[in-house]
Design a protein around this ligand. Structure first.
Ligand code: DC
Length: 227
């Protein structure tokens, strides 16, 4: 069967990764979570004292980029690939509100983007890939056969992220999560390099009022139309 590239972009916490994983599993495609790659670099910067609330040593982060190796390893039990930083599994460490607070700043650095975009293009060079992020349909794979742009209101997205964090046992308030979602929307859409914008040929998909199953069925129909 024909193999295609599926690019899923959109605002944070729109459920991109949930549906991207479902589609990849159903189609037997590779799933690449590019947000996890930016989170891994932010986590590295935090661990190495390069970023905190007051300071961001961007020059030092750029000079240390060659020391940062991000890989994905498929976890059979979970059914998806987990992210590793220099061979250490950091899947859980990068999903915290603390990393979320710094990731958009780190993701605005052009040198960081260049390194990660190159790796993403390599990961998807054979097609049969579902990649989610902010610039997949515009920068990473401008020729992707199917481009989806996911949206939902900031409140709906914050509620989903809040429930996820609370289920994991994190101590967070809804207000803090909503503030983070709104701040990241602002940073992601206004940065100079590869801001979050909908590609001209993308299909806008608002999932505020859809269940996971409904969303999957609708997107699968769009994929099947392309195949
Ligand atoms: O999808 P996510 O929330 O895990 O992404 C984390 C951050 O990474 C997000 O706030 C913006 C950035 N990002 C990016 O700039 N480009 C991508 N392709 C993916 C994520």
């Amino acid at each position: 069967m024909k193999k295609i590239t599926i690019a899923i972009d959109g605002f944070s916490s729109t459920g991109k990764s949930t549906v991207a994983k479902q589609l990849a599993k159903h189609l037997g495609y590779v799933y690449v979570d590019t947000g996890a790659m930016y989170r891994a670099v932010a986590f590295y910067a935090m661990q190495n004292g390069l970023i905190d609330k007051e300071n961001f040593n961007v020059e030092e982060l750029i000079s240390q980029l060659p020391n940062i190796e991000i890989t994905f390893k498929f976890n059979e039990a979970l059914g998806f690939a987990e992210v590793y930083l220099n061979d250490e599994n950091i899947e859980k460490d990068i999903r915290t509100l603390e990393v979320s607070a710094f990731v958009s700043t780190v993701a605005s650095v052009s040198e960081v983007r260049k390194k990660l975009v190159e790796q993403q293009q390599k990961l998807g060079k054979n097609k049969a890939v579902v990649m989610d992020g902010r610039d997949i349909g515009t920068v990473v794979f401008p020729n992707a056969e199917l481009k989806i742009f996911m949206t939902a209101s900031a409140e709906t997205r914050a509620e989903r992220r809040y429930n996820e964090l609370v289920d994991k046992g994190d101590q967070v308030t809804f207000e803090a999560v909503l503030k983070n979602v709104q701040e990241r929307d602002h940073l992601d859409t206004t940065r100079e390099d590869s801001p979050l914008v909908m590609a001209e040929d993308a299909i806008e998909f608002d999932n505020s009022n859809l269940s996971r199953d409904e969303q999957f069925e609708k997107l699968l129909a769009l994929v099947e139309a392309k195949l």
